[in-house]
Design a protein around this ligand. Sequence first.
Ligand code: 3HC
Ligand code: NAI
Length: 701
Amino acid sequence: MNSRVSYELVETVGVITIDNPPVNALSQAVRAGILDAIRASRADDSKAVLICCAGRTFSAGADISEFGKPPQEPFLPDLLNEIEASDKLVVAALHGTALGGGFETALACHYRIALDSASIGLPEVKLGLFPGAGGTQRIPRLAGVAAAVDLMASGKPITAARAAELGLVDKVVSGELREAALAYTNELLAAGAPVRRVSELDVDPVDSSLFDELRTTLARRARGQIAPLKMLESVQAALTLPFAEGLAQERELFLELMRGSQSNALRHVFFAERTAAKIRGLPRETPRREIKQVGIIGGGTMGGGIAMTFANADFPVVMLEINDAALARGLSIVDRNYDGSVKRGKLSASQATACRELISGTTDYAALAQCDLVIEAVFEDPKLKQDIFARLDKCCKDGAILATNTSYQDVDEIAAATDRPEDVIGLHFFSPAHIMKLLEVVRGEKTADDVLATCMALGKKIRKIPVMSGVCYGFIGNRMLQPYFREGQLCLIEGSTPERVDAAMQEWGMAMGPISVGDLAGLDVGYKAREALAIDERGDPKSFRVSDALVEMGRLGQKSGAGFYTYDAETRVKSSDPVVLEVIVQAAKALDVERREIDADEIVDRLIYSLVNEGLRVVEEGIAQRPSDIDVVYVYGYGFPAWRGGPMHYADAVGLDKVLARVTEFRDRFGAANWTPAPLLQKLAAEGSTIEAWAAAAANG
Ligand code: 3HC
Ligand code: NAI
């Protein structure tokens, strides 16, 4: 048919094969090819049609790179109607990940056969969309409203077996799919199976209150994202309108979402995530070291989570602690976390046991001799870390990668404690390490290319999203967090309250407010860090006086049951404490700050624009390879709402002239020390340009 779609007659079955690597996305050429093939099948001797895909997967959906551009015919919904209308039986054969428009294509076929290893899913909601090629109309007809909504709202894939239970797949097979699918098609023909068009089925009626309940649940879970609610509206049309009208309404709502800022932001995050994995100047074929066995030093909060991360990806791990008691404590936390994973349904009991058995403990460095990678996660003490790296240099085999999970320390200084700085790298996980997706891979001055390439690939293998950072205090994420937290604290002392600061940021979309984050991380962390600094190096006391006063009262945050909030000992539910407001008011008095009303807009702009301004410096200094890497860091590591695209994308969406005007206003009101606009912000705003355009030019130049 064309270079992407072929059509051949295998006895009486017309086989349409899509071959559009890597994931058989339904680009214009693919759609056109399928249409030609379906039309050809009408006129030839075939008795039935089989649609399958070459390569690693059935189609993973629409071609996302076409989104945001003028749609080109044939449009997917029209093509699918034409497939469904065929008078000859059409069967889809699924393997790999049949996602989004890919699975909708299968739904337009009359029967579906799947390999047992296949999964199906409707991940559109992750792109700020919902299935827009008949999914919201056809899935409820096969699986019922509740299951359909669940599938489309979560965006999570399900197994072929589960899809069969739901009536979305007719037959599950193992072995060679094409052969099995041809045999199945012939069986259907032999049995005189009817052409079965999903559009002609009725949706099982549901209680009218179901949609109200679903709307409430989805609105709560969506946290500002509109796509799940639009999906629900479209599903409702499947019950109230004839198929063709429901489809038309689905299309209209889908295109409205496509044009909106949320989908634009989420599409940006999709591609940003994949671009972040690529290191400029490092060819794809850079050799990688083989990692079979992993050592972790320190079994505390981070070490335990990191050990689980590797074990969950099937790596044997040895955890080294300072003594037997510390080791027993570390391993018992791992046990507890695995119990939690089982309770939350993340792992089955047998999976958890198998993973746990991969983790062993030691107090002897000799046990690390065969490790291919050792990750240090001890206390944040530079001298301790350097001592440990000097020891690792002596006990680890040649070619082992030596990594530090430090949050702030200089990776180059740590590397200098060894005679092999080229083997040293930062692998900065986020807490809880077995859950959070982000991994900052910190490239030291002397880190070897193959070490970096190995760690970026390994990041993906352990199901993290790796982003490379250069060396600076706090790397990409924590460095930017400093001005963000500073502004949160300044808003407090200048007149706000913990509740209002947190509410403003959460309503804007952050997963957690900055004051609650401080309580979670522990207020003593910053306190101790400041203690180690000379007075004039500690920054503006207005930005830490309240927090330090709380620490001195024994209020360290969640771990001590109280910080900016008070926490219930059992449930950990937080509540406001009038004592804290008193501390804030006293601190303001002591520092001569006149308190005033601060509205939510000011809180949001001060916190988010401080991120933007620092982020642009991070990019200009080359600490981040590209602005979109910063967006990935913030979305996956810091609870930034993905539907706002990350701080850099958000700044573009607001308009850099507006951002600069507000930053300049803050500079005039609060002083240049905190609010000098980043040079790149000034330059791009003056040129009327965007961060994205600048990044694209930098990538090409
Ligand atoms: N369109 C365009 N490109 C796509 C794509 C798609 N749907 N899916 C993946 N790609 C590209 C990626 O950008 C990447 O490109 P790169 O190598 O140049 O960076 C390449 O394919 C490989 O992708 P991954 O690195 O993600 O490969 P994995 O093997 O890790 O994952 C996958 C494969 C599970 C299919 C994953 O790529 C994925 O989840 N893709 C998105 C699926 C999706 O969202 N489908 C719905 C699309 S919207 C839709 O169908 C609308 C419809 O309802 C009308
Ligand atoms: P933690 O205090 O929970 O655990 C540290 C562990 O190291 C303790 O169990 C301790 O017994 C062990 N240890 C100390 N000295 C040791 C030695 N000489 N040999 C072996 N083990 C030793 O600390 P946490 O929070 O796990 O932090 C560890 C590192 O990870 C730090 O560098 C920190 O900056 C970094 N980090 C912490 C994050 C967090 O949210 N807690 C997030 C990301 C990084």
